[in-house]
Design a protein around this ligand. Structure first.
Ligand SMILES: [Zn+2]
Length: 292
């Protein structure tokens, strides 16, 4: 029979164990309330060496070079198999992924990042403003933070600042700091070529507002209003040929491309759609700013 002291000791040890396990694996991805986020989508060539490898709505982009490939965004944790299958369906090697980027450190774009990094050994490069959030799996996020990570934390290999260049083979991407949605939301600007011409591509993080609070009531992000103001003004001035975004719905992928369509870069040359959406986001920003 166990003595009371021994029982207490065992209880103490088991509590320690529970705490240890909790701290070792406190990653709980929010429930997916958007079926289109996890729905697979056939991968396709957008233009030149740029491919769509995301899900129906969570946009992921693969830039292929002879020196290896760049992957922008990953979708949810479960998107890992979708992305891997998409890359392989296109005829590329998953293991050739050398650089990992994200347009914003939320779980719907970062879910599979740690796993992809582990499997490929690719280098993770992150906007400075999102670096702490990436490193703690979203715990320090100003809107959705807390004690539990929303995605597996990722070790960062390089911190990026506004205007920094990411190079691989002959590819050169410029990172543009577009904070607000997260503190380190960003867009990528780069050129791709096909036989006919070259295209300037913008993978934009559209500055949507995630917080229900007033801008003045967010001590974790005192500069939020001026960041949105800066980002909207900066994004309106950008020049590009092809416009893509973090969510497929934001640039109306489903309207512009049907599975099986031949490669058609012109379908994504939509300055009008971009301007309309930036104007709408500006209206939402001003409404929030002036809300009492
Ligand atoms: Zn987000």
């Amino acid at each position: 029979m166990l003595t009371l002291t021994l029982k207490r000791a065992l209880l103490f040890v088991s509590l320690l164990l529970v705490n240890f396990l909790a701290s070792a694996q406190e990653v709980i991805e929010p429930a997916n309330t958007h079926p289109e986020w996890s729905r697979p989508y056939p991968p396709f060539k957008i233009a030149g060496n740029l491919y769509y490898v995301g899900t129906y709505d969570l946009a992921c982009y693969l830039i292929v070079t002879p020196k290896g490939n760049i992957l922008i965004n990953t979708g949810l944790a479960a998107s890992l198999s979708t992305i891997k299958a998409s890359i392989e369906t296109l005829g590329f090697k998953f293991s050739a992924t050398k650089i990992l980027l994200t347009t914003q450190a939320h779980h719907d774009h970062m879910g599979a990042m740690a796993a992809i990094k582990k499997l490929t050994g690719a280098k993770m490069m992150v906007d400075e403003g999102d670096s702490s959030v990436v490193a703690d799996g979203g715990r320090s996020d100003y809107a959705f933070g807390g004690n539990i990570s929303k995605y597996a934390p990722v070790k960062i290999d390089r911190i990026l600042h506004n205007g920094d260049t990411i190079k691989l083979g002959s590819m050169k991407l410029v990172m543009l700091h577009h904070p607000g949605h997260t503190k380190g939301s960003c867009s990528f600007l780069f050129d791709v070529k096909d036989k006919e011409r070259s295209y300037r591509v913008l993978v934009a993080n559209m500055p949507t507002i995630v917080t229900d609070k007033k801008f003045s009531g967010i001590p974790a992000y005192p500069g939020i209003a001026s960041d949105y103001e800066y980002t909207i003004a900066a994004m309106k001035k950008l020049r590009f040929d092809i416009w893509l975004a973090s969510h497929a719905s934001q640039f109306e992928l489903q309207r512009k491309h049907k599975p099986g369509d031949a490669c058609n870069p012109a379908a994504f040359m939509d300055r009008k759609g971009y301007d309309a959406q930036m104007n709408d986001l500006q209206v939402q920003f001003l409404k929030k700013l002036n809300s009492k």
